[in-house]
Structures are given as structure tokens and as C-alpha cells.
Design a protein around this ligand. Structure first.
Ligand SMILES: [Zn+2]
Length: 249
């Protein structure tokens, strides 16, 4: 029962994140105002705005103008719900759970926005840094740990930024690096950076193998970083212990 409630809470949150992502590029506030169809601008009634259900009932089309609704909305709602359930499964109904729910929400926004616009917005990453810093202090991570994490995360991408004169990574990646340090602490940050490059390499090689991309084509790195951060947030300690055991056998 509690799993179902968490799942529904995740669906509703994913639905809210969709609105935030959609309105980030515009000047509209994502708290006030009714949702409307991006195509015909007609207001969407509450019964057409139920996560997943409405999408299926309307067969992914706007009721007014029949324009196809992107499957992105459905994927984000379900992914958010599954991640929330996973967090509950690992951390129970604790302060940690609710903190991580907020961390993950920021990560999902950064993931989708960077994937679509090749951009990480400061108005997302900066508030996320503040939240992560405060929540992790309350959760018992030391100030030293968080500052070192932020320095390593930010420094790692700042170095690449200056060496390549902004060609390899963007300024947004530097801020994301700092955020990763503040979310994870320095040890799990190292795990996340390693994972991001591993996932990125596997993904890149598969695209090249499938002839979808050339070696030189640009792929935003933010999505890999956010996925790696999410995995490290939940399983980082397990991965780290496993790796350390490999070193000391
Ligand atoms: Zn419409």
C-alpha cells in the first residue's frame, strides 16, 4: 500500500517536473496558472491532466486540437515514480528520503533540459546547490566533506573548460560538478565521475557502432553526469565498498 502511495506521489511529482521543464524557457511561473496545450494554448481541464491515465485515455493527443503530445511527459512521470519507489525501498520514510526526493527532482530537470537544449540553467543548479548543502549538513555529512566535494567537482570541469577554452565542457558543467559534490560528498563524487565516463563511453561507442553518430558529433555530457549522480546517490557506497575490496584482496 505504502509503495502504491509513493508511486502515485512520484507520478504527480513527475507531472509537476514536466510543467517546470516546459516553463523554464519561458517567463511563466511554474507555481501559478493553469496548464495549457503548447500547440493550441487551450487550458487543459483537470480530468485531462491526470498523470499517465489522461495520456492513455487521450491516446497521446490534445483533446482540443488533436496535436500529438510528446511521449516525454509519460516517460518522465513513470521514471520519477520508479525512482521515488527505489528511494523509499532504500531509505524508508526518513528525512533522507525526502531530501533525496528533492535532489532527484533537480537532477531530472537538469537531465531533460540539457538533453533538449544542451544547456544547464543556473536558476536550476544554484538553488539545487543550496538545498543539497543544507540537507546534507542536517543528514550529518561534514562541512569539510561537502566543501572538498564541491571543489573537486567544480575544479575537475573548470580545468577542462580552461584547457579546451570551453570546447569540451560548458560553464554549466562546472556548476553541475559543484552540485554533484554537494549532493554526494567527495568520495561518492569520484564514483559518480567514474560512472559518468563509463556510461558515456558505452553510449558513445554504441552510437558509433550503430552509425548514428560520428566521433566528432556533440553530445551533451550533463545527462550522463545526472544519471551517474542518481546511481551513486543510491548505490555509490555499495560500488565503493566493492571497488575497495577488489583493491585489497
Ligand atoms: Zn492543443
Amino acid at each position: 500500500m505504502i509503495f502504491l502511495i509513493i508511486f502515485l506521489f512520484g507520478l504527480a511529482s513527475g507531472s509537476f517536473l514536466n510543467v517546470v521543464i516546459l516553463r523554464l524557457g519561458t517567463k511563466k511561473s511554474f507555481l501559478g496558472g493553469r496548464s495549457h496545450c503548447p500547440n493550441c494554448k487551450k487550458i487543459i481541464s483537470w480530468y485531462d491532466n491526470i498523470p499517465v491515465l489522461s495520456f492513455l485515455i487521450l491516446k497521446a493527443r490534445c483533446r482540443q486540437c488533436d496535436k500529438k503530445i510528446s511521449w516525454q511527459y509519460l516517460v518522465i512521470e513513470i521514471a520519477t515514480a520508479l525512482i521515488f519507489v527505489l528511494l523509499y525501498f532504500n531509505f524508508g520514510l526518513s528525512f533522507k528520503f525526502f531530501s533525496y526526493v528533492v535532489f532527484v527532482s533537480f537532477l531530472i530537470i537538469i537531465f531533460v533540459y540539457d538533453l533538449k537544449h544542451y544547456l544547464i540553467l543556473d536558476k536550476v543548479s544554484l538553488p539545487a546547490m543550496v538545498v543539497a548543502f543544507v540537507a546534507n549538513l542536517i543528514l550529518g555529512l561534514s562541512l569539510f566533506n561537502l566543501i572538498i566535494g564541491a571543489l573537486i567537482g567544480g575544479g575537475f570541469f573548470a580545468a577542462q573548460y580552461f584547457i579546451s577554452k570551453g570546447k569540451w565542457v560548458g560553464g554549466g558543467d562546472i556548476r553541475l560538478g559543484i552540485l554533484m559534490g554537494l549532493i554526494l560528498g567527495w568520495q561518492l563524487l569520484l564514483v559518480a565521475l567514474f560512472l559518468a565516463y563509463l556510461i558515456g563511453a558505452i553510449f558513445g561507442l554504441s552510437l558509433i557502432a550503430l552509425n548514428k553518430k560520428k566521433m566528432s558529433s556533440q553530445v551533451p555530457f550533463g545527462p550522463f553526469l545526472t544519471v551517474a549522480t542518481l546511481v551513486s546517490l543510491i548505490y555509490g557506497q555499495v560500488i565503493l565498498n566493492w571497488y575497495l575490496r577488489l583493491l585489497y584482496v
